[in-house]
Each structure stands twice: as structure tokens, then as C-alpha cells.
Design a protein. Structure first.
Lengths: 320, 341
């Protein structure tokens, strides 16, 4: 046992040593969308930390939600001759020209968090979460938790027509499809915000017999769930007990609610897209190993059994 | 003479509000059920006045501004700034009085800035307030550093979610502000001055009216109203969400004022009817929530109802409708009722 452990340790040390040695003088440009949400801010700070950990010099550009700013930033990175470029694309289209320029300059580009409509040879890889899977993990948790008991679910959707709202709804519905005892009785949009989540849940509680008929609340993000939890409390019910609460994202505040027994489960949308991206890049630069075109991050389920207090402490400094 | 108050009960806005409420009752039979729970009233109807309060408060300030032939696009952003200031004060443990006054002071400062651009520099209100609409949200994000600042301050939470005499605190604040503002403009000459500026500012100037300082003061008042709404919004979710607080609410506030019958061309205005306008908007929102419509229909339902309401009170159709119901034409009746009320 001990020999194996030592071997594994030394092997991993060697890998680590190699990658740091290789990365030591790398300069990478990162074009971020902006700071429109807490998650985005966390992604930025985690990316900076991941680069620092590997000894990479990161040049950061905030596009303030504008593609033209991102294109300018990428052109700037090309002119500065960076070793690689990370982009979190604000929209899906219009990237062919600037990515071709990067390709001609032989600078690999990695997409973070969102995909684009462009020929696949224009970027090295893309790192993103599987939003359908996030919904599915949430649904599977509910199926397992309620067992054969009848369960009426209310759903707080994200912004109407947005990709995460569509996919997280789809995944959840897939997971509960075979279960006759579980049904979604109400579904409305809370625009991914706390205030709207609270308002929508207030309406649902009135419409479903003061909330007595509701067995679970599924929110497409944690912020809406936090708002919904307040609405449940205002209605005189106990969130987490009278009404199960399951949501997606794993932001710090949901762990606070979980520690207080007011939330039951959350599925993580990891802000660490840069870690896998930089690993793939290191492997590519070292021995030209082509990474997979679509790297999918893990959609990890967190419940009160997973030390919510500790998770809160770990995450609160990330800028959520 | 109290006859105008009877007329006011029959104003198209109140009829529209009743219509929307009845519509809600048809799609959700429990709509008018109000229960007493934990020392407060509880029910969909209470939700309407509670959730409608922030827009109602915005619409009070917006009415006065629009009556001077102006507009304030920045109120949503000022809400976010005020909420961020209140939350920051709460988190850093400032005394209660500072925590409550600082957001109001910041709101007034924002309003004074708008007023300065409009009244002193004579920049068009649409453009002048657009500056703060864009920049204000950025300021709020700077204050909160892009994250949601949560707090547990009991006073702020009480303002957002507490209750007084069974009524939700936001509604109590909105009603008090409405009554206060209405008395101020109708029991003094200020209302007349505002209308004079809105109808013809140069003529008002020739009558020795100090329109500059009055316009400045009105924009400052609009900023204070926005700050109150922002403090309520922050207290409601126990946190300041700089990205989303008050987002697009300036449009709801303008809509409430328009539904309330105040002309965007300035002049004649009514604060209570603007508040009714805000309640109509919220009654639609709450109605959609309890009705069970799929969310894809939200905006269509809302747009359809608003078109019906605006058509019903349009300059051409309203007198015709009143003739059918054997009443005097709507325009003079509202004017006299407002002037004398």
C-alpha cells in the first residue's frame, strides 16, 4: 500500500513539476464576458487563481457584455503574442474572422462556459457544463428522495427562452418522466433573480392551497431558490421540511440555507472552467496532444450531508 | 363640493383595476381570499399591494417629473444604488439612522444630478437621465463588488417584509408617501406650479415662477422615491442585488404614470391615479402567476391588457364611451376634479 502511495505521489509530483516547469513562462489572455452575475465574478477569480497556481501570467480583459470588446481584446492578445487565449464568448455567432486570425498566428484558443457556432478547427477545445445533466441530477435526487410518495413540484424557471432555462427544465423533466407519482403542477419564470423568485413562489403558495399541496420546489438557479425559501417561510411553512428545495449552481448562500436546514440539494455549476482548460492546454503544448473537443465539467450534487458550512466558507471568498 | 370624488371612483383607471382583479378571480377563484396569519394579512390581494409598492413609489416621483414634461429613466438604477448603500451600511454595522438616511441622501444626490442636467444645463430629460440609468448600475456594482451583499439587519428586513396594522410595510410606506405627496401638491400651489411648467415653461418663467429650482427639487424628489423603493427591494430579499434590483422598473413606473392619465407632454397629472396604474400592472403580474399560464405568455397577456386599458382612455374613444354611459366627457371632469380635489 505504502509503496503504491509513494509511487503515485511521486508520479503526480513529477507531472506537477513538468507542467509548472513548462507553464512557468507562459502568458495567456483571458477575455471574460463581464461581471453580470456572482457566478461570473467567481469564474473570473477562480481563473486568476488557477493561472497563478500554475505560474502562468494571465492578461485579463473584461468585455462588459459586448462582443466587439471581446474581438478587440482577442486582437490585442494576438498582437501581444500570447501563448494561448481563453474566451468566455458572450454570443454564439460572429467569431470566424477573429478566430481565424488567432489560428494564423498559431495561438490556440479555448472556449469557456459557452459554445459558439464556428468551425471546430478554429478552437482547441471548449470547457462547459452540461446543463441538461444539471437538471437531470436535480430530478434524480428528487425521485430518490420522495420514493413512491405522491409529489407535486413547482418549478421556478430561468429567463424565458434562455439556454440554461430550456436545458435545466428538459433535464429535470427527463429524470421524473418515468415517475407517475411526481408531477410539475406550476411552472413560471423568476428571471434567475431572488426578488422574482420570491414573488413567483408567493403566487404559487396562494394558488396551491396555501402551499400545503406543494411537496417540492425546483429552481433553475440558487438565487431564485433563496427568494423562494423566504416566501415559504412568510407563508408559515418550513422550507426543507414541508416543501423540499432543490436548485442548481451551488453558490455560497444556498449552503447557508442548507446549513440552516432550509434547502435540501443543489447541483454544482463549477466556476472552475479554467482548471480543465489549462490542463488540456498544458498537455497540448507539451506533446501536441489534441484534447477532446468538448470537455464537460462535473455536475456534482451537494446535500446537507456534504458539510454545507464548510462549503460556504470555501466559496464565500470567490466573489459570488 | 364633494361631487368630484364620486366621479373619481368611476375613473377609467379604477374600472380597469377592478376589471383586472375580476379577471384574476375568474382564472383563480381564491384570488380574493385574505387570511390573518402570524399577525398579518395573507392573500393574493395583499401580494398585489405589497409587490406593487416599489413601482407605486417610483410612479409617485415619476408623476411629478413627467408633469413638468420631463422623464426619469434612471430610477431603476438609483434603486440599485440605494439598495447597495443600505446593504453596505448594514453589513459594516453603521447606526440605524445612518443606514436609513444614507440611501435616501444618495438617492437625492442622484436626483439632484439629473435635475442639474435638465434644469440648469437644459439637456433633454431623456438623454440627461439616460446617463445615470447606465452609470448608476455600474456604481451599484462597484459598491457591491458584483456580488449579492446579504445582511441580517432587523430594521432593513422590517422595511422590506414587516407589517404594520396587518398591512405589509412596503404598502404602508407607499400609501403614506402617496397621501403626503398628494396633499403637498393639491393643498399648496406646488401642483399648479408643476402643471404650469409642464404646459409652457417659458410662460411659467414670465409669471416669475422659479421653474429652475422647482424642476431641480422635483428630480431630487424622484431620486428620493427611487431610494425608498430600492431600500424596500433590498430589505425584501435581505440583500442588495446590484445586477437585477430595479431592472426595467423605470419603464413600469412610466407605464403606471401613463395609465394613470398623466400626459407625457406635461401638464395635468394625478398622483393617486398613477398609484392605481402601478397596482393595475402588479395585479396583472400576480394574476399571471396564480393563473397557471405558461411563462411564454406573460408578456403577451400583459401587452394585450395594457393596450385595452390605453385604448379605453384614449382621447378619441374615452369621450365616446362616456357618452354611451351618459356621463360628461372625461377630459373636463378629470381636470376639474384634480384642480379642486
Amino acid at each position: 500500500m505504502n509503496i503504491f502511495r509513494t509511487l503515485a505521489l511521486s508520479a503526480s509530483m513529477m507531472v506537477l513539476g513538468c507542467s509548472t516547469a513548462l507553464a512557468a513562462n507562459l502568458t495567456i489572455g483571458f477575455s471574460q464576458i463581464g461581471s453580470e452575475s456572482g457566478w461570473r465574478a467567481a469564474e473570473t477569480s477562480v481563473t486568476k487563481a488557477e493561472a497563478e497556481k500554475r505560474g502562468i501570467k494571465l492578461k485579463f480583459a473584461d468585455a462588459q457584455q459586448k462582443q466587439e470588446n471581446q474581438i478587440k481584446a482577442i486582437r490585442g492578445f494576438i498582437a501581444q503574442g500570447v501563448d494561448a487565449i481563453l474566451v468566455a464568448p458572450v454570443v454564439a455567432t460572429g467569431w470566424e474572422n477573429v478566430l481565424t486570425e488567432a489560428k494564423e498566428a498559431k495561438i490556440p484558443v479555448i472556449l469557456l462556459d459557452r459554445g459558439i457556432d464556428a468551425p471546430k478547427d478554429l478552437y482547441l477545445t471548449s470547457v462547459a457544463s452540461d446543463q441538461v445533466k444539471e437538471g437531470r441530477v436535480a430530478g434524480e435526487w428528487l425521485v430518490k428522495t420522495v420514493g413512491s410518495k405522491p409529489c407535486k413540484v413547482v418549478e421556478l424557471q430561468g429567463t424565458v427562452g434562455s439556454t440554461p432555462a430550456i436545458n435545466r427544465k428538459k433535464g429535470f423533466e427527463e429524470a421524473i418522466a418515468g415517475q407517475k407519482n411526481i408531477s410539475i403542477v406550476r411552472s413560471q419564470t423568476g428571471d434567475f433573480t431572488r426578488a422574482k423568485g420570491k414573488e413567483v413562489m408567493e403566487g404559487f403558495l396562494k394558488a396551491e392551497n396555501g402551499g400545503k399541496d406543494i411537496c417540492a420546489m425546483y429552481a433553475h438557479n440558487d438565487d431564485m431558490a433563496v427568494g423562494g425559501i423566504q416566501a415559504i417561510k412568510d407563508a408559515g411553512l418550513k422550507p426543507g421540511k414541508d416543501i423540499l428545495v432543490v436548485s442548481i449552481d451551488a453558490v455560497p448562500d444556498i449552503f447557508q440555507a442548507m446549513a440552516a436546514g432550509e434547502a435540501n440539494a443543489t447541483v454544482e455549476l463549477t466556476p472552475n472552467m479554467a482548471g480543465p482548460a489549462l490542463d488540456a492546454l498544458a498537455a497540448f503544448l507539451k506533446d501536441k496532444k489534441q484534447p477532446e473537443k468538448f470537455i464537460i465539467t462535473e455536475s456534482k450534487l451537494y446535500t446537507p450531508a456534504d458539510d454545507p458550512k464548510g462549503e460556504y466558507e470555501r466559496r464565500k471568498g470567490l466573489g459570488y | 363640493m364633494r361631487t368630484p370624488s364620486v366621479k373619481r371612483l368611476l375613473s377609467p383607471q379604477l374600472v380597469a383595476l377592478l376589471g383586472v382583479l375580476l379577471f384574476n378571480w375568474i382564472v383563480f377563484p381564491g384570488f380574493f381570499d385574505v387570511a390573518w396569519r402570524d399577525g398579518r394579512l395573507f392573500g393574493s390581494l395583499i401580494d398585489v399591494i405589497n409587490r406593487g409598492a416599489p413601482v407605486a413609489i417610483l410612479s409617485i416621483g415619476m408623476t411629478a417629473i413627467i408633469a413638468t414634461r420631463g422623464v426619469d429613466l434612471s430610477v431603476g438604477a438609483v434603486m440599485a444604488v440605494a439598495g447597495a448603500v443600505a446593504a453596505t451600511c448594514a453589513v459594516t454595522g453603521q447606526p440605524v439612522i445612518i443606514m436609513l438616511l444614507a440611501p435616501l441622501a444618495v438617492g437625492m444626490l442622484c436626483g439632484l444630478w439629473n435635475g442639474f442636467l435638465v434644469s440648469i444645463l437644459s439637456i433633454q430629460p431623456f438623454v440627461a437621465t439616460l446617463v445615470l440609468m447606465v452609470a448608476g448600475r455600474g456604481v451599484a456594482q462597484l459598491i457591491t463588488e458584483g456580488s449579492i451583499v446579504t445582511f441580517n439587519d432587523p430594521v432593513l428586513i422590517f422595511i422590506g417584509t414587516g407589517s404594520f396594522l396587518g398591512l405589509p410595510m412596503p404598502a404602508v410606506i407607499a400609501i403614506a408617501l402617496m397621501v403626503g405627496a398628494h396633499l403637498l401638491v393639491r393643498r399648496t400651489a406646488i401642483g399648479l406650479f408643476i402643471e404650469a411648467i409642464g404646459v409652457n415653461r417659458s410662460a411659467a418663467n414670465f409669471t416669475a415662477l422659479r421653474s429652475r429650482s422647482l424642476v431641480l427639487a422635483i428630480y431630487a424628489f424622484g431620486g428620493v422615491c427611487a431610494a425608498i423603493a430600492g431600500t424596500i427591494a433590498a430589505g425584501d430579499i435581505r440583500g442588495a442585488d446590484a445586477n437585477n434590483t430595479g431592472l426595467w422598473l423605470e419603464l413600469d413606473a412610466i407605464l403606471a404614470v401613463v395609465i394613470g392619465g398623466t400626459s407625457l407632454m406635461g401638464g395635468r397629472f394625478s398622483i393617486p391615479l398613477s398609484v392605481v396604474g402601478a397596482l393595475i400592472i402588479q395585479a396583472m403580474n400576480t394574476g399571471i402567476l396564480v393563473s397557471g399560464f405558461p411563462p411564454e405568455f406573460n408578456l403577451i397577456v400583459k401587452a394585450g391588457l395594457i393596450i385595452i386599458i390605453l385604448v379605453l382612455q384614449s382621447a378619441k374613444l374615452a369621450p365616446a364611451l362616456h357618452r354611451i354611459f351618459k356621463q360628461r366627457p372625461v377630459k373636463p371632469s378629470i381636470q376639474t376634479s384634480e384642480k379642486t380635489g
